[in-house]
Design a protein around this ligand. Structure first.
Ligand SMILES: Nc1ncnc2c1ncn2[C@@H]1O[C@H](COP(=O)(O)OP(=O)(O)OP(=O)(O)O)[C@@H](O)[C@H]1O
Ligand SMILES: [Mg+2]
Length: 242
């Protein structure tokens, strides 16, 4: 099933043309990496897909429905969920309370019994193996633990398409392994789009890679195709003849 479809999406910030005619689609269960140099427009694209930014022109369909007018929370409730390059947890609250916020958010507008919410919170904590941190205030966690809690929050939203913007960024290597392992272990029916600069990880994890450069998609294909593409090597890896 087609989860998301972007048709000629453009984004202008004043005179800056940051997203250029971006067209692609993501199907259920796909593992897609979105790569490109710093400033290529990856985060901007995630912002557009998740609803933090409204694109200037073009069309965006989520499960066949035009979601351009929907807010980020509305999209999240439909299963289009993102995490941030920079941590966005509620400081001062415990891990369990943070996950509870996500569970309550998902039920907003409907009445959910307390034990239903409790079950979802515990499932969310268990999925990312962070149940032992439940009572800790998030401020006291390591960066890697915070990331796992953020993923736990995201999964509590019951996503069908999860957008991960550099989940291992800024995390010490020893801990980033756990985060990347968690990304590897995400349910197989969940479509995931991952932004990541570590090419070893990208090429081992992704089944498909979309390369952005200067705001435009310059290549979209299997890791094998991408690795061999001269244009990609020149623009992204800084290699090649010109
Ligand atoms: N709100 C904004 N106003 C003006 N320009 C912006 C805005 N947000 C992003 N840009 C510009 O858009 C371009 C793309 O930025 P973006 O953050 O999407 O890149 P990125 O691919 O995520 O980079 P990185 O790998 O460093 O995270 C950059 O030139 C950036 O300066
Ligand atoms: Mg970015």
């Amino acid at each position: 099933m087609r989860r998301l479809e972007l048709q000629s999406v453009n984004m202008h910030f004043g005179p800056l043309h940051v997203t250029r005619d971006v067209t692609f689609s993501v199907d259920s269960g796909e593992r897609v990496a979105l790569i490109g140099p710093n400033g290529a427009g990856k985060t901007t694209l995630v912002n557009i897909m998740a609803g933090s930014l409204r694109h200037s022109t073009g069309q965006m369909l989520y499960e066949g429905r035009d979601v351009a007018a929907l807010s980020t929370p509305q999209r999240a409730r439909l299963g289009l969920v993102r995490t941030f390059q920079i941590s966005r947890l509620f400081m001062g609250l415990t891990v369990e309370e943070n996950v509870r916020v996500a569970a309550l958010h998902r039920h907003q507008g409907r009445k959910a019994a307390r034990d239903v919410i409790d079950a979802e919170v515990h499932a969310g904590l268990a999925k990312l193996k962070v149940a032992h941190l439940a009572g800790k205030v998030v401020d006291s966690l390591s960066l890697g633990e915070r990331r796992l809690v953020e993923l736990s929050l995201a999964l509590t939203m019951e996503p069908r398409l999860l957008l991960l913007d550099e989940p291992a960024a800024g995390i010490p290597h020893g801990e980033s392994r756990h985060v990347l392992q968690a990304v590897n272990d995400l349910p197989s029916d969940l479509a995931v789009m991952l932004i990541e600069h570590d090419m070893d990880l990208v090429f081992s994890w992704a089944r498909r890679i979309i390369v952005l450069s200067g705001g435009a998609v310059i290549k979209d294909g299997s890791p094998e195709t991408i690795a061999q593409d001269e244009h990609v090597q020149r623009i992204y890896f800084g290699r090649g003849d010109t």
